[in-house]
Design a protein around this ligand. Structure first.
Ligand code: HPA
Length: 279
């Protein structure tokens, strides 16, 4: 019944065997954003396939390994490639690495993704700090028996994304001339991109961007009490009345164009994560 706890223990031990540091932060690098891992120094890379209990990453633009090391002098563990529900993994498996990175000591989670822009003011290649999310995946990684060693049964979700970190990310963007919006991420299961009617629906619901990840990992991070910074790169414009075709290759390529901006924001925040929200 409480298998997850022992799986986390096995994974933590296997990583600690190869990398002897306590990460200050955990990073999840989404589609096309794995290039950020190249900025990590003193790296120890561990393929998911060399670790127990983890599924394999099957998505283009996702390398499938942990990259451990220092980013701007700060100890981090990064997932170069993540798992998605649409790959057929259970939603609990999708979120398992967050439990592992928290088990290694990371108290802060930076999660990045590629997303379609619903807000008509957003342009491809721009960045959005996630202010909040809507879970339209129709599943939740915390469904099932609750193991209190992993966190509370009913985690509060009034503020899953840390306000102080989001403010800081926006202020770093302003100083670095990076266009950085703040808005709501809508998580869909995928793997299909949305129909025009679905894009209309999620926009009316209050979404600014839409994607197929992030929500499960953030829910688990909140249950673990981690501070979360979420960053979306806009990879395609979801204008229902003039919709062009979207392909995975196009999304990965568009995401890669913002990797320098993302690096600047993430490195800036990690240098000294703010605890004071200005809102
Ligand atoms: N929809 C869902 N997921 C996505 C999109 C989209 O338009 N773009 C990138 N990921």
């Amino acid at each position: 019944m409480f298998d997850t706890f022992s799986q986390v223990g096995d994974l933590v031990a296997a990583i600690q065997h190869r990398w002897h540091h306590t990460p200050a932060a955990a990073l999840i690098l989404g589609s096309g954003l794995g290039g950020l891992a190249d900025r990590i120094d003193n790296t120890v890379a561990i393929d998911y396939s060399d670790l127990p209990h983890l599924p394999q990453s099957t998505t283009i633009g996702h390398r499938g390994r942990f990259v451990c090391g220092t980013l701007g002098g700060v100890d981090v563990i990064a997932m170069q490639g993540r798992f998605h529900g649409y790959e057929g993994h259970s939603i609990e498996q999708v979120a398992l690495p967050v439990r592992v990175m928290s088990g290694l000591g990371a108290e802060l989670l930076v999660v990045s993704n590629a997303a379609g822009g619903l807000n008509p003011q957003y342009r491809v290649g721009e960045v959005m700090v996630i202010d909040d999310h809507i879970n339209l995946m129709f599943c939740n990684p915390l469904v099932g028996a609750n193991d209190p060693r992993l966190g509370p049964r009913w985690p509060d979700m009034c503020c899953p994304y840390d306000r102080a970190l989001a403010d800081q990310a926006q202020s770093i963007s302003r100083t670095s001339d990076i266009v950085c919006h703040r808005g709501v991420y809508v998580g869909m299961l995928g793997p299909t991109y949305e129909t025009r009617a679905e894009y209309r629906m999620v926009r009316r619901m209050g979404g600014d961007v839409v994607g197929m990840s992030t929500v499960p990992e953030v829910i688990v991070a909140v249950q673990l009490g981690m501070r979360v910074l979420g960053l979306s790169t806009i990879t395609n414009a979801c204008s229902p009345d003039q919709l062009g075709k979207t392909t995975g290759e196009q999304v990965v390529a568009a995401a890669a164009t913002a990797s320098e901006e993302l690096r600047a924001i993430v490195e800036g925040v990690l240098q000294s994560p703010s605890t004071a929200s200005s809102t």
